[in-house]
Design a protein around this ligand. Structure first.
Ligand code: LLP
Length: 864
């Protein structure tokens, strides 16, 4: 194959960087060839910057540490063999340039001198070898590729604070666009390959660029050549909104500006070295991160312009190993020079300070291990010196949790639920960066692994991380790289026939709830198929519509009620169905009425037994316990642990049992419901195990009710609750406790997806860069977004085929700023009268509606 015709002198450069795994196999070199050829076909000159084969830099470092000359020679021979193997695998048998470099390595390995200059020379061999192999491999595949010595282009700049070691092994290069260099390289060929990680000093000797050196090299070349762009090809599609290993739901960041990307790289993302952005900032060269294995994925583009003016949290990260130094001085306030004195000590100990918090008598600073060599000796020595000027407290190990995004100060109102989560852990320090790009919380290190996924989830739900905005965010890591799960079937309302029917219903009147009984039955049967559960009750608070109650009763469900009103509704709609009464802080008369109707009653406090004992004499009782923790999609739906009014604390269990025994009452069931919207299938088995071991202590218990709370996915692509895993986990506990029957009482799972809310567009308004789409349904019909930041998918039913290219705040007609049905939704440009569908509105929609503002809530229609 031949290259396309010669390029004009002014043809732009594209710099592509490939890391160690991307250059280690013939298949990967075929990919590099294809990418380089396609950039060349764009009319660009191509500069490839490569790392050493994977593992080779580490092997060279290890070689430098070997004392025995024979061992060093053997290590060099191993490295030579790896390169000769790859040469053969590439179908090439002799390569004099490679032999020359291998001879140089062999000579270095046995040299007598072992200073830093020698270490730099040895470690530079990895890139010299890989680039030499690459030039031959690409040329042999028909893409003429010239080899370029990076040291002839990159000249290290001496910096004032450098010592011999950092001058040789962690050098920096100052880069300005250099047209003479660009012309010289253009004369070498159209496709060039060079080394990452290495440069020369003023005496012409080899120096290294330190950690992340190949990314930095690519950036230096990008700046020198004023390239059209720099592409970093790696093993993941780009930067994510959190570390995907901790948060599989982390979203791909499709567009960032330099400052945001810098902040994310500095606070923990490993995919890009933080040093590789600053060279590109002034010449405004965009940087693209792409996955070598999956080039079709979008990747992250980092450039001079922000993709959107609206503030959003872009990422949350955690850095571990942080040490806090708290310094107390009684007379510190306005004491001239106190800070100068303490910071002089940090300087003297060679420690660089990260975050600072100050008060009248206290200054607390953090030390980050990636910036400092932090060992206990260094800290102890610093603390001893500080103790001469103030009282010192060292707090470690800590972790710094950082939210990154432009305009952080304009987003505080969206962070209330996120901040509430910090109520569960000890926060030692809060710091807000003066560039308004980050907000950092320092907490105990042990808490951070559990905290991070929860915070990410809350950021999504609060709309602080505007994942719905496709201009900023891509799919989740789970969706891109997670184990492939079968795509869920499309919702019932996506069928063209259903859509036509819904539009006809909307034409009669809006707002309107529409319930689809076939979907309800399907969910009911899926639950009835679980073999571990002996009895199902439907928590009718989710939706007490009589048609739904009758349909579920026909599927074998009992009805769980929490008020006399619900008991009556259940009796009316499905007189044959078993009922349960599970109230909370209800008046005495409610219990009396339920007992009179022979409905099993659940108690969750001592008060009824202590004060209305006669009511329960000789009765069977269900006891709801608080297992000490809550769970669920939002703080307001967690029904356990400190701060929740539900359940009898286990510490009161013995007292409760003694009191019940004195009345001749027997506890025949134990109950726990920890919250709503739970997607972890192991949750109910854990509750079951805890209840079972308590039941064994009681002796009269026949069944365990492990509550409801079965979640449905809030966002498209979020995996559904795994019912098979739920069944398996429950069966395992039942094998250990076969003597108890198992009951469950879901609400949302049965009805949420069966219901939609139809609304009509009333008005459209543009204000300060925000487009508002008004609907005739408001928070008086569906309060979940306002109350819990709940996310409901919204579609414009009138325009199913239009491109969703307009970002809207979808709002209702109620006089409250919280009257929002959906934030940051990309929808087709809408017009007055369009019909909107708000999905998954069958649970806690109509049942929580009100007449606020004296507006009628949406009426209800049932499709059978
Ligand atoms: N059992 C008990 C004792 C409950 O308190 C509840 C719900 C359930 C069962 C049913 O939970 P489900 O399976 O529906 O999650 N309005 C909130 C949900 C509040 C749930 C209250 N209790 C929402 O819209 O998310």
């Amino acid at each position: 194959m031949t290259n396309a015709s010669a390029l004009p002198a002014a043809a732009p450069w594209i710099v592509l960087k490939f890391g160690g795994t991307s250059v280690s196999t013939p298949q990967r070199w075929a990919t590099i060839r294809a990418l380089a050829a396609s950039r060349r076909a764009e009319g660009a000159r191509v500069l490839l910057v490569v790392s050493a084969l994977s593992g080779v830099t580490d092997a060279l470092k290890a070689l430098c540490g070997l004392a025995d000359v024979g061992a060093r020679a053997a290590a060099a021979a191993d490295i030579a063999a790896r390169h000769r193997d790859l040469l053969r695998a590439l179908g090439l048998d002799r390569l004099p340039a490679l032999d020359a470099h291998l001879a140089e390595l062999a000579a270095l390995a046995t040299a007598a001198e072992h200073d830093y200059a020698w270490q730099a020379a040895v470690q530079s061999m990895g890139e010299l070898l890989s680039s030499t192999l690459g030039a031959a491999a690409l040329s042999a595949q028909g893409l003429a590729t010239a080899w370029l010595d990076a040291r002839s282009c990159l000249l290290a700049t001496p910096l004032p604070n450098q010592n011999e070691r950092t001058r040789r092994l962690s050098a920096s290069v100052e880069c300005n666009a250099d047209t003479a260099l660009a012309a010289r390289l253009a004369a070498c060929g159209e496709v060039l390959i060079t080394q990452g990680f290495i440069a020369r000093d003023q005496a012409g000797r080899t120096v290294l660029l330190g950690r992340g050196g190949s990314d930095t090299s690519a950036a230096y070349f990008g700046a020198l050549l004023a390239a059209a762009r720099v592409e970093i090809w790696t093993d993941v599609a780009g930067m994510f909104s959190a570390n995907p290993r901790q948060v599989p739901d982390a979203r791909l960041l499709t567009r960032l500006d330099y400052e945001e990307a810098q902040e994310i790289a500095t606070t923990g993302a490993k995919v890009l070295h933080p040093r590789s952005l600053s060279p590109l900032r002034d010449p405004r060269v965009p940087l693209l991160i792409k996955d070598t294995q999956r080039p079709e994925l979008d990747g992250t583009v980092i450039g001079p312009e922000a993709a959107s003016d609206a503030p959003s949290v872009k990422a949350i990260s955690a850095r571990k190993g942080i040490t806090l130094i708290a310094m107390e001085s009684v007379g510190m306030w306005q004491q001239v020079g106190f800070l100068a004195d303490v910071f002089a000590l940090f300087k003297q100990h060679g420690l660089s300070v990260d975050l600072i918090g100050s008060a009248e008598t206290n200054v607390t600073v953090s030390l980050d291990p990636s910036e400092n060599l932090l060992d206990s000796d260094a800290i102890a020595a610093l603390a001893a010196d500080l103790a001469r000027v103030c009282r010192v407290k060292v707090i470690a190990p800590c972790a710094a949790v950082t939210l990154v995004g432009r305009g952080m100060r304009a987003m505080l109102h969206r962070l209330s639920t996120v901040l509430a989560e910090f109520g569960q852990v000890k926060v030692h320090l809060i710091s807000q960066s003066s560039n308004n790009l980050n907000l950092t919380f320092v907490v105990d290190e042990a808490t951070v692994d559990a905290l991070l996924p929860r915070l990410h989830d809350l950021l999504l739900r609060a709309g602080a991380l505007r994942a719905g905005d496709r201009a900023l965010f891509g799919p989740s890591w789970q969706a891109l790289y997670g184990a492939a799960t079968a795509a869920p079937p499309p919702p019932w309302w996506r069928e063209p026939a259903a859509r036509a029917r819904l539009l006809a219903i909307a034409a009669e009147a809006t707002p309107r709830y529409v319930y689809h009984l076939p979907t309800l039955r399907e969910r009911a049967r899926a639950l009835q198929a679980l073999t571990a559960v002996d009895r199902w009750y439907y928590a009718i608070k989710a939706n007490p519509h009589p048609a739904l109650l009758a349909a579920l009763a026909a599927e074998g469900f009992g009805l769980e009620c929490v008020s006399p009103g619900e008991l009556a509704a259940a009796e009316r709609a499905a007189p044959q169905a078993a009922r349960l009464f599970t109230p909370n802080f209800a008046p005495r008369a409610d219990y009396a009425a339920a007992l009179a109707a022979d409905v099993p009653v659940t108690l969750d406090a001592l008060h009824p037994l202590l004060h209305w004992g006669e009511l329960f004499r000789d009765r069977e009782l269900i006891l709801r316990l608080d297992l000490g923790r809550g769970l669920g999609h939002h703080e307001k739906v967690r029904t356990g642990g400190a701060g929740s009014k539900f359940g009898l604390p286990v510490s009161d269990l013995d007292l409760f049992l003694r009191r019940a025994e004195a009345l001749g009452a027997r506890v025949t069931g134990l109950h726990a419901h920890l919250g709503s919207g739970i997607l972890d299938p192991r949750h109910w088995a854990q509750v079951c195990g805890e209840l079972a071991s308590l039941a064994d202590r009681i002796g009269t218990v026949a069944f365990l009710d492990v509550g409801g709370g079965l979640g449905v996915p809030a966002a498209e692509g979020e995996p559904a609750l795994d019912l098979a895993a739920l069944d398996a986990a429950l069966l395992e506990v039942k094998r250990a406790y076969p003597h108890y029957a198992l009951w469950m009482e879901p609400g949302r799972y049965l009805v949420a997806e069966a219901g939609v809310l139809l609304a009509r567009v009333t008005q459209i308004k543009h204000k300060e860069g925000v487009a508002y789409l008004g609907a005739d349904a408001g928070m008086n019909s569906l309060i979940r977004p306002a109350l819990y930041d709940a996310r409901h998918a919204i579609v414009n039913l009138t325009r199913p085929d239009d491109r969703a290219d307009t970002l809207y705040q979808v709002v209702g007609p109620i006089c409250e700023s919280g009257d929002v049905l959906g934030s940051d939704r990309r929808l087709p440009a809408a017009a007055e009268g369009d019909v909107l569908l708000i999905a998954d509105a069958g649970a806690y929609g109509a049942s929580m509606a009100s007449h606020y503002n004296l507006r009628k809530p949406a009426a209800e229609t049932v499709l059978s």
